[in-house]
Design a protein around this ligand. Structure first.
Ligand code: S3P
Length: 445
């Protein structure tokens, strides 16, 4: 692996992927553990927390708002330790804007967290985050009584003007987004009455499952979450399981590299997160999961995946997209190696991620000579079971961590020429040890 400034050259793996690996802590659960602990009274004890740029954005934000964070790096690379929250005193007025970096989760969840307090806080982020839509979060929060300035602006920077008089609402969200749902529910924790969010398809429900550990009463149903306010949040213990979205990269690699058979241990098996396993199965992959425990109400266990010689295309319905929303880029790479056409229906939300992921998939696959196109809101990929990486390909992650890993994988599993990936360093957003983990599984005979 040669590093050229911001781009790296990646050659095909020298052998199959075999054996067991643990992936770092789940990003969504880590953010929530940090943010909810900051809101609670007392010192919460956290372990298994993902150490990545995105989670560090949440840590820095809660420190600016007055929480005391004592997380230390463990031998396995995770963060563990205590966070003492602001509790009923509320967050302190920060003396500078809060920079949420690349993290949509940090910025959107903070809007809900700050809404019920008398404060004026400016939230901003990097260029990518400053392009992402925020009105989807501010609209319901304004209905609850909060204000955002400039009014009606859709993008960061925005000033959150909270108020203690929030009222609970019933919000029928037009998008299946856990970030929107969570922001509204978090404001609802300190609002008067019940706050209910319904959504067109079930998004991840980590918030509804985790808040009761902090003493907040919630309901978690398919496509619906609710919270009873006002509540008092108290400290608790959270052990964060491994991230299925990171595991998906290893699972897809194993499905594509001849002779592979791997187990990924201690991964969250939350059904709202493992839609990618079902898609791999539909493509003919022997992919299974075994639940071996739970961290709070979050199921966790082992994912096993084997190489598949005869991959075939499949159809993913729109109502399943939320359960694999971050995995569409890497699943598209698998689809590119399959016989026949794969269709992901209703992928319009992908255009609003760290980059326009629909455009990124089509552009990246075209470099591989694979035809991919949109028809309405559906993404089509015409696979090629004999796909070999052509000479001289330069992929560009455009600073999007999921593309950095997807295009690196194109080279690793490619069975042809090496590839270059520009902006590979963005893996630090969610999975800094990606390359080391995948290499630890390679068996050279
Ligand atoms: C996340 C929800 C998803 C996902 C993101 C993390 C979360 O976004 O894409 O990576 O932690 O709630 P949306 O809720 O906007 O779909």
């Amino acid at each position: 692996m040669d590093t050229h400034g911001n781009s790296i050259t990646i050659a095909a793996l020298e052998g199959p992927l075999m054996g067991s690996v643990r992936v770092p802590g789940d990003k969504s659960i880590s953010h929530r553990a940090v943010l909810f602990s900051a809101m609670a009274q007392g010192t919460s004890r956290l372990s298994g927390v993902l150490d990545s740029d995105d989670v560090r954005s949440s840590v820095r934000a809660v420190q600016q708002l007055g929480a005391s964070v004592n997380l230390e790096k463990m031998a396995d690379g995770s963060l563990a330790g205590g966070i003492t929250g602001w509790g009923p005193a509320g967050p302190k007025q920060p003396d500078a804007p809060i920079d949420c970096g690349n993290s949509g989760t940090t910025s959107r969840l903070l809007m809900g967290i700050l809404a019920p307090w008398e404060c004026k806080v400016t939230l901003t982020g990097d260029d990518s985050l400053q392009r992402r839509p925020m009105r989807r979060v501010t609209t319901p929060l304004v209905r609850m009584g909060a204000r955002f300035y400039p009014e009606d602006k859709d993008t960061l920077p925005l000033e959150v003007c909270g108020t203690k008089g929030l009222r609970g609402i019933e919000y029928d969200s037009p998008v299946a987004s856990a970030q929107v749902k969570t922001a509204v529910l978090l404001a609802g924790v300190f609002a008067q009455g019940t706050t209910v969010v319904t959504e067109p398809a079930p998004s991840r429900n980590h918030t509804e499952l985790m808040l009761p550990l902090y003493g907040v009463s919630t309901t978690a149903a398919s496509g619906m979450g609710s919270v009873e306010g006002p509540a008092a949040m108290h400290a608790c213990e959270i052990d964060v399981p491994g991230d299925p979205s990171s595991a998906a990269f290893l699972a897809c690699a194993a499905a594509l590299v001849p002779g592979s058979a791997i187990q990924i241990e201690n991964v969250s098996l939350n059904p709202a997160r493992i839609g990618f396993l079902r898609t791999l199965e539909q493509m003919g992959v022997d992919a299974s999961r075994r639940s071996v425990g739970s961290a709070g109400k979050e199921l966790s266990g082992i994912i096993s995946v084997q190489y598949c010689e005869k991959l075939h295309g499949c159809e993913v319905p729109a109502e399943k997209i939320a359960s694999l929303v971050d995995e569409v880029p890497v699943l598209s790479l698998v689809a590119a190696h399959a016989r026949g056409v794969t269709v992901f229906r209703g992928v319009e939300e992908l255009r609003l991620k760290e980059t326009d992921r629909v455009a990124g998939i089509i552009e990246g696959l075209s470099l591989l000579g694979v035809n991919a196109w949109m028809d309405g809101n559906d993404l089509y990929i015409e696979g090629n079971p004999d796909l070999k990486v052509p000479e001289g390909i330069v992929f560009d992650s455009k600073g999007d961590h999921r593309f950095a890993m997807t295009w690196a994988l194109a080279g690793l599993v490619g069975g042809g020429a090496p590839v270059q990936v520009r902006g590979f360093e963005s893996v630090s957003v969610s999975y800094p040890g990606f390359m080391e983990d995948i290499r630890s599984l390679v068996r050279v005979s």
